[in-house]
Design a binder for this molecule. Structure first.
Ligand SMILES: Nc1ncnc2c1ncn2[C@@H]1O[C@H](COP(=O)(O)OP(=O)(O)OP(=O)(O)O)[C@@H](O)[C@H]1O
Length: 407
């Protein structure tokens, strides 16, 4: 910073009483001239200071403008497609423009191909979006190899057969479908009460076909990712294409595909856009290769019929509450690893649990085990099942429609 110039000394006038009048006059004239000079000098200093002040004000304004632009300038979302020695190839979302761009060495060392990144107007990668910021990662559950197998599902033989035929066969024997000359169903809709095994069925198919399981919940699209629904649906199909073979599982599809008259939200333009995007993805689906779609709903009656048209979800499979035999099978499955006392007759308990869903039966077996543990035993007895039934029924009354599930 430059130092401010020092002020000139104040002129002083010393008049000697001994001075003659002409000497006094000369002294006064000299003093007057000095005052004028100092005054001029001060004026110059004031005007230099003013000029300096104007320059500084201009600089401050400029910095403020730059700061505002930096703060408000938007970044665009892109995917880093390839990391090269001299930069990164990114593909901007929306317009799909691909560019080779710069990235700082620090950022580059943290990046992998496939990452979502934020780029500025000049395509420079500014930041890598971690999964917390990434709605796509939050909205989708991706499981490269789900562990559920058909043997884990009780009482749904007919439904399992149908799902295998509609989803598994076209994935495993695509050639056969081509030779016969028919299009496999593009989407399968599972409908039935909550907790009856719809998600399990979808996971088991993915397991059996070595497909990636990608789940998205319709309700989350409209409640949690407001404004992003249509884009996330597009992302969902894009991700499936990247990961094929893949099973797309859309749970609670009624949240995005409800009849206008019956849903409070379906009139909402955003929900409509999300559904239109889903329909258009499904319509343009045939050439997409090894991707199958399974959707699930507890509210079949609410669905907009548009999604049930041929070529969309044209295979409807009802997944009902289990009957007595189904309940027994489910109880057997969930007690496979349990230490049951001789006295426990699962056939009896299947009879006692009319109206229980698979999820409630799973919960029942866990609760029975908990009662044994509380009692300091390692074997689960009949009375533990009795106590557990009471507990699960009480919970069911407390939270109608949301049974407790232990996965
Ligand atoms: N048929 C079944 N056989 C064995 N276990 C079952 C069955 N149905 C449900 N379960 C148990 O209940 C849990 C929840 O089931 P699942 O998520 O498949 O139900 P869902 O029909 O998809 O329910 P929702 O509509 O609430 O999503 C499973 O993880 C499993 O433990």
């Amino acid at each position: 910073m430059s130092r401010s110039p020092s002020l000139p000394d104040r002129p002083t006038l010393d008049l000697d009483p001994e001075m003659s009048p002409s000497e006094r006059l000369a002294a006064l004239e000299e003093h007057y001239a000095e005052v004028i000079r100092v005054n001029r000098e001060l004026k110059q200093q004031v005007s230099a200071a003013k000029q300096r002040q104007e320059e500084l004000t201009e600089q401050v304004d400029q910095l403020e403008r730059q700061n505002d632009t930096l703060k408000t300038s938007s970044l665009y979302i892109a995917t880093a497609e390839e990391l090269l020695d001299d930069g990164v190839i990114v593909k901007q979302h929306g317009n799909n423009q691909e560019v080779l761009t710069e990235v700082s060495p620090q950022l580059r060392s943290e990046m992998e191909a496939g990452d979502r990144v934020a780029i500025n107007d000049s395509f420079t990668v500014k930041t890598r979006l971690d999964s917390e910021k990434d709605a796509r990662a939050q909205a989708m559950e991706v499981d490269a190899s789900p562990e559920v197998v058909y043997d884990d599902i009780g009482g749904l033989e007919e439904q399992t057969r149908e799902v295998r035929e509609a989803v598994e066969e076209p994935l495993l024997n695509a050639e056969q479908f081509r030779e016969v000359g028919i299009d496999p169903p593009s989407g399968v809709l599972l409908h039935g009460p909550p907790g009856t095994g719809k998600t399990m069925l979808a996971k088991a198919v993915a397991n059996e076909t070595d497909a990636t399981f990608i789940k998205m919940a319709g309700s989350e699209l409209v409640q949690k990712f407001i404004g992003e629904g249509a884009k996330l649906v597009r992302d969902l199909f894009e991700l499936a294409a990247e990961r094929e073979p893949a099973i797309i599982f859309i749970d609670e599809i009624d949240a995005i595909a409800a009849k206008r008259t019956e849903s409070k939200t379906s009139g909402d333009a955003e929900v409509q856009r999300t559904m239109m995007q889903l329909l258009s993805e499904m319509d343009g689906f045939e050439d997409r290769g090894e991707i199958r779609i399974i959707a699930a709903t507890n509210r079949f009656d609410m669905l907009d019929r548009a999604i049930l048209r041929p070529g969309r979800f044209d295979r409807l499979i009802e997944v009902p509450e289990p009957g007595p035999e189904g309940r027994e099978q489910i109880l057997e499955i969930h007690t496979r690893e349990m230490n049951l006392a001789e006295s426990v007759d699962l056939d009896d308990w299947a009879g006692e649990t009319a109206g229980f869903t698979g999820a409630e039966l799973a919960s029942l077996t866990t609760e029975a085990g908990m009662f044994a543990i509380r009692d300091g035993r390692t074997a689960v007895r009949s009375e533990d099942f009795e106590d557990a039934i009471e507990k699960v029924e009480a919970e069911d009354e407390d939270s109608v429609g949301t049974p407790v599930a232990f996965n």
